[in-house]
Design a protein around this ligand. Structure first.
Ligand SMILES: *Cc1c(COP(=O)(O)O)cnc(C)c1O
Length: 378
């Protein structure tokens, strides 16, 4: 059994996929071929923003957003403690200071109260200028944008939505990728919408930032191809990946997202009496990058994971530790926050196999194995 079944997906899409890749080879425009611009247009329309700028990966997408805002030394950027390393790495890479916030146990997303405490602590200290909030749509579920926007407005901060895991997620009728002043996603193969290598995209409604990001993406190019007007990077999405994504996007919107949602509902039905299942607040929808459950404690989590493994079922621990516990961030100022929720969740979270191609039989087997280890007679 696969944790995320990319092989099965290729088998299903093979004919269409091989033709799309073959077409790129025939046209031989490997960089900036027409498929890239077509994909950008499709994704912008789906997400509901004016601009989509494809780039080399989700990490670069975050960096491009920070560059467009000129974020650097002396700036504070608020990042949830429970996320993938990139969400904070990119901030530090630009020379700014990531300031971590705790999360909410129910949604695994940024805790707005902890965010506001962190902003106040940074202001009280008076050394750094608060500039932006990286709101992560963890495991596919959009963060609490009503409250985060209210806080961002109160303190004059930008929201950078890290929707690397969030593509396909919904928040009161709007789609993930549209909640930030700038939003980003990743097309890493295992993400909800993945390509066959690295890829990413930036989304924004702002014409000026979009133009800046298009320039930064290609060595700070100006309108004259041979005059570079700023220092940028080389971060394009290549044409083959764009063609792959065009095929996968159709499958994603036609049935994959709906099928994954149905499988998530089946997990919920089978497991809710035994473990803490993911909470999807009213009016929200998840892109289901992960199906992550909470066990009672570390012992139970480790026992369930070992039991699954014994029976050939892969599972993952996203994440083993918070950002503030990463060696690279050992010197970070924590502003008095102790991250009780992140620390607790790291000790008992477990992500289960999930993809649109997971069979009902395999899923029932997984549910049965978890019930064996967590039921009254476990
Ligand atoms: C995967 C991921 C990224 C980085 O995306 P890459 O394409 O791997 O660079 C950033 N943030 C989060 C939350 C992610 O899960």
């Amino acid at each position: 059994m696969q944790f995320r079944d990319l092989k099965k997906q290729y088998e299903v899409l093979k004919e269409e996929m091989d033709a799309a890749i073959g077409q790129v080879l025939t046209e031989s425009n490997y960089i900036s071929g027409r498929q890239v611009a077509e994909l950008e247009e499709t994704l912008a329309a789906y997400v509901g923003v004016r601009h989509c700028i494809a780039c080399a990966n989700g990490t670069d997408a975050l960096t491009l957003a920070l560059m467009a805002w000129g974020i650097g030394e002396g700036d504070a950027v608020f990042v949830p403690d429970f996320t993938f390393f990139s969400s904070a790495e990119t901030v530090a890479y630009e020379g700014a200071t990531p300031v971590f916030t705790d999360i909410l146990e129910d949604t695994f997303n940024m805790d707005p109260d902890s965010l506001e405490r962190a902003i106040k602590a940074v202001l009280a200290e008076g050394k750094l200028t608060p500039r932006a909030i990286v709101a992560v749509d963890l495991f596919g579920l959009p963060a609490d944008y009503d409250r985060i926007r209210e806080i961002a407005d109160r303190y004059g901060l930008y929201i950078l939505e890290d929707a690397a895991q969030g593509f396909g997620g919904e928040y009161h009728g709007r789609r993930a990728g549209s909640f930030g002043d700038i939003s980003t996603t990743s097309f890493f193969p295992a993400k909800p919408l993945g390509c066959y290598g690295d890829g990413g995209a930036v989304f924004t409604d702002c014409d000026e930032w979009a133009e800046l990001i298009r320039s930064y993406r290609v060595h700070g190019k100006g309108s004259d191809k041979y005059d570079n007007v700023r220092i940028g990077m080389n971060s394009r999405l290549d044409t083959i990946q764009a063609a792959v994504l065009q095929v996968k996007f159709r499958a994603f919107t036609e049935y994959e997202l709906a099928d994954t949602d149905a499988l998530a509902a089946e997990y919920a039905k089978g497991l809710r009496e035994f473990v803490k299942i993911p909470t999807i607040p009213e009016g929200l929808g998840s892109g289901w990058a992960q199906y992550s459950i909470l066990l009672k404690n570390r012992e139970e989590r480790d026992a369930v994971q070992a039991h699954l493994k014994e029976h050939g079922v892969p599972s993952m621990i996203y994440y083993q530790r918070g950002m503030h516990q990463q060696t690279a961030f050992r010197e970070c100022c924590l502003y008095g926050e102790t991250f009780p929720v992140t620390t607790d969740v790291c000790g008992r979270v477990l992500s289960l196999p999930l993809s649109p191609y997971l069979t009902r039989e395999d899923q029932q087997r997984i549910i049965g194995l978890i019930r064996e280890k967590t039921g009254a007679d476990a």
